[in-house]
Design a protein around this ligand. Sequence first.
Ligand SMILES: Nc1ncnc2c1ncn2[C@@H]1O[C@H](COP(=O)(O)OP(=O)(O)OP(=O)(O)O)[C@@H](O)[C@H]1O
Ligand SMILES: [Mg+2]
Length: 564
Amino acid sequence: MTNHNWLNITGLFARSHKGANSLFAQSHPVSFTVEWGVKSRLPESRSHPLNCFTTWEPDSLLILGKRSEGFNLLQGPIFAGPKVTYVPPPPPNSEDAIFAHYQTGINFDKYDNILVEVSGLDPPPAIMAFEEANLCQTLIKNIAKAGYFKLTPVQKYSIPIVLAGRDLMACAQTGSGKTAAFLLPILAHMMRDGVTASQFKEQQEPECIIVAPTRELVNQIFMESRKFAYGTCIRPVVIYGGIQMGHTIHQIMQGCNILCATPGRLLDIIGREKIGLNKLKYLVLDEADRMLDMGFGPEMKKLISCPGMPPKDKRQTLMFSATFPEEIQRLAGEFLKSDYLFVVVGQVGGACSDVQQTVLQVNQYDKRNKLVELLSGIGDKRTMVFVETKKKADFLATFLCQENIATTSIHGDREQREREEALHCFRSGKCPVLVATSVAARGLDIENVQHVINFDLPSTIDDYVHRIGRTGRCGNIGKAISFFDPYSDGPIAQPLVKVLADAQQEVPAWLEEIACSAGGIGFSSPRGNTFASVDSRMVFRGKENQHSGGFAVSNISTADESWD
Ligand SMILES: Nc1ncnc2c1ncn2[C@@H]1O[C@H](COP(=O)(O)OP(=O)(O)OP(=O)(O)O)[C@@H](O)[C@H]1O
Ligand SMILES: [Mg+2]
């Protein structure tokens, strides 16, 4: 280590952020201030300049070191930590377990009334029924066994677009079937092309890569892929951090056509040359706005510049989310062909209308009592309670257990084994309350979650929309209750009022008052980021690039959470 005001990180080892922090502090007592956080925490949220932040892969670290003449960006291995030995149990593979599903709800048919807009040149016409998609018999059988009899709007429009070979950005409300909207047409093409898995290659070359921000979500997408690919020769594989690398490699080597992955593990495995990209035809970004923001954006850029990655005109790139801020749409352009189609079901970033939203004014000291009161009323119906920090998640889960409420918790500092156990306990109903950070906010599809409680409101409205979308899925109805503390939640008041009003929910007068007095950002930009109601190509045409770092920062959760 040098004693100058920049960091040489080679050879430093620590087991945790905290450990690494103190190591750096010892190495640079005078000349360098080190602060730890995750990438999603931005310099402006700190009193000191942000000097360091980690990537999500535990064995690499990105360091932004301050030099007198400027900034120095270094990257290198740092977290050796204990060797990860966890191997997840194999998923159940009886046909019943693979096709287990919950029922669509009373509002499923109301999806048909939602307005859909498609922008871009020459979109193919929507289909109205699965039969119109010309799918092969095996797929048709699997779709029926999965309990899908009617298309959701995002499926009606996206399936023909993907089948036509077009790039796509699709935005539709939480719980409305985006996963099948990309999986089914990709599988249909693969079946048409006679794709089969081969165990005999050291390096596997998948035809499709699907990336998503969290381990639990990529696992869920994998389970959906496995379901729809059942009885075919197509082999989906899932890889993510926190599990033994040997296991990951073993899974891949058994054959890999669809790779569901978190970004860190994916780049790692590509670097180890276990995955080659030469045959890649489909690149899917689920929760695409999250994948392109400051948190994962650099990794996504790295991915598309990996050796062998087909250029965008030689692959099909598909992006899905319930939220798509304008600046993220603009960044997405780098990944998509210029003639991509943009499908919007309802309003970009709108909350699911099947979720009844309530906002209560509760100050931070009263939150715990209010929570216990609410949970006692809710009984053993499944409830997700969102908090802003990992520490608070642990603390609150312990507190609720002491109150004899069967509770478990999930956040980025828990071991992968613990995360999976927590989710299992919650899914099975053994623990009907799950306390979570925003790591569980996106994509997770858990049967019968009837309530979401925002013990702490998130700092961005998009995060709110995703969190409350863990209930009210697939036409079922759900309830979301949010504690609004006027001392800390003022900045979200305006976008919250807009989201409530757009979803025809009651807006409390006191909240409207706070929103009005908040001033600053007007309703034209109510999300803290821009509320896109249209295809950003129309908005941005002719505008200068307004971003310096190349990645949008405004959509980022400020929770002290790490994701991948
Ligand atoms: N056409 C359909 N018929 C019946 N059930 C469906 C249909 N499409 C999807 N589902 C079911 O609806 C649930 C929600 O689907 P999915 O997880 O794909 O939603 P999503 O739009 O990706 O939500 P999120 O924005 O939260 O990620 C899943 O259980 C899925 O199996
Ligand atoms: Mg999804």
